[in-house]
Design a protein around this ligand. Structure first.
Ligand code: UD1
Ligand code: UDP
Length: 391
């Protein structure tokens, strides 16, 4: 689809649609960038697929939505999210008729809002386009979500050259810009040497020399047995290394919270807490000895902060940091997670091999490149140069 014509005197009306914590962390810096440029009129529709976790990010970045679909329910189903977003976004599009709508990544908000825009003949720009795990069931349903957005999008903003290659191999015809990931831009808003933690759970933090493991786990395909296997490994590590502190901000999904508190709640060196504000989270990560996670975003942020990551999944759509040596796939089996964690706690050279900063996902200028690409597409500026990762 070609881009909507806009009158010369008009600003470029860009409707952002997002709904979950990770989308907000990665889209808020872009929204702020467009706000500062007089060519743009950015508008924001939140689906609130997440409520508390979304609002917390909006507060930190001081971003106010123009439309709020407020859809979140306890234990919501994928069909419920899809249908509520599809119809909710349609109404917003009819009201504000943007020149382009931007979505991010692979959530159900992303897929359903892109479909809504496609039906309304509004061009879609896909931020964080082209990530692929090549397994339709892992991550579930994210691999399908992002694949379905690809043919609907009129422009793709791929974080890395490999992401662009994935789109080209699917014969995607629309323009693709390699921009870096806006997650790396977000870190410059949050990470400070002299940062003071706000959360009560993060008071009396370990002193220099003490080791702290940051744990997060929430993915749908890990709910049930895999999550219990992960928690068993964490328990074994906590018991064997009583001086190592493990901090786990627990996702509010009851299917995560219940087993987390049951299996890890009584260990003296494991601290479970509510989700952290993103500035607390990023600064905590920058001080962690090691990160254990099934999150996508943490796989990008921790390498940029020089922190080794063990990924609690069997695949990843982010192979760049695995290649750079700062991330290892630990899977979801207790024995392997335990063994790899123990190795990093006891073998200094194994640790040193992983603990170096790597920036395969961005240089902190992704938002500027995306803004420049939009100006170019609407005939108001030059083509941006692609992000080229360090070799
Ligand atoms: C969603 C995304 C996933 C992303 C994750 C980030 C889909 C299909 N999944 O999964 O890609 O990695 O967000 O965290 O889009 N809840 C609250 N308060 C909140 C947020 C969630 O109570 O602020 C609870 C609710 O009971 C909700 C449940 O968590 O029903 C699950 O939320 P949902 O967005 O459906 O799934 P996530 O696992 O968070
Ligand atoms: N995050 C946060 N507080 C937390 C856990 C995560 O602010 O308690 C941030 C994290 O730093 C990253 C984003 O949320 O920026 C990742 O979200 P999540 O892991 O929920 O989703 P995913 O990236 O797996 O889709």
């Amino acid at each position: 689809m070609s881009f909507m014509k806009k009158k010369e005197s008009e600003k470029i009306r860009v409707l952002f649609v997002f709904g979950t914590r990770p989308e907000a962390v990665k889209m808020a810096p872009l929204y702020r960038t467009l706000q500062k440029d007089a060519h743009f009129e950015p508008l924001l529709c939140v689906t609130a697929q997440h409520r508390q976790m979304l609002d917390a990010v909006l507060d930190i970045f001081q971003v106010r939505p123009d439309f709020d679909l407020d859809i979140m329910k306890t234990a919501q189903t994928l069909s419920y999210i899809t249908t509520s977003v599809l119809t909710g976004v349609e109404n917003v599009l009819k009201e504000c008729r943007p020149h382009i709508m931007l979505v991010h990544g692979d959530t159900t908000t992303t897929f359903a809002s892109a479909l809504s825009a496609f039906y309304q003949n509004v061009p879609v720009g896909h931020v964080e386009a082209g990530l692929r795990s090549f397994d339709m069931f892992s991550p579930f349903p994210e691999e399908l979500n992002r694949r379905l957005v690809a043919p609907m999008a009129s422009v793709h903003f791929s974080p890395t050259p490999a992401n662009r290659e994935n789109l080209l191999s699917e014969h995607i015809q629309a323009p693709i810009f390699v921009t870096g990931n806006t997650a790396i831009d977000a870190l410059s808003y949050t990470v400070r040497e002299d940062y003071t933690f706000k959360s009560p759970a993060l008071q009396n933090m370990p002193q220099t020399g003490d080791r702290m493991i940051l744990l997060t786990a929430h993915r749908r395909e890990n709910l049930g047995a895999p999550l219990r296997q992960i928690f068993t490994a964490v328990r074994q590590v906590a018991e064997e290394f009583p001086k190592v502190r493990i901090i786990y901000p627990v996702h509010p999904n009851p299917a995560v919270r219940t087993p987390a508190y049951e299996m890890l709640g009584s260990l003296p060196n494991v601290r479970l807490c509510d989700p952290l504000d993103v500035d607390d989270m990023h600064n905590l990560m920058s001080r962690a000895y090691l990160v254990l996670t099934d999150s996508g975003g943490l796989q990008e942020e921790a390498p940029a902060l020089g922190r080794p990551v063990l990924v609690l999944r069997t695949e990843t759509e982010r192979p760049e940091a695995v290649r750079a040596g700062t991330v290892k796939m630990a899977g979801v089996e207790t024995a392997r997670i335990y063994t790899l964690t123990k190795e990093l706690l006891t073998d200094a050279s194994a640790y040193a091999r992983m603990a170096h900063a790597a920036n395969p996902y961005g240089d902190g200028h992704a938002c500027t490149r995306i803004a420049q690409a939009l100006l170019y597409l609407f005939g108001c500026g030059d083509k941006p140069t692609d992000f080229v990762p360090e070799p």
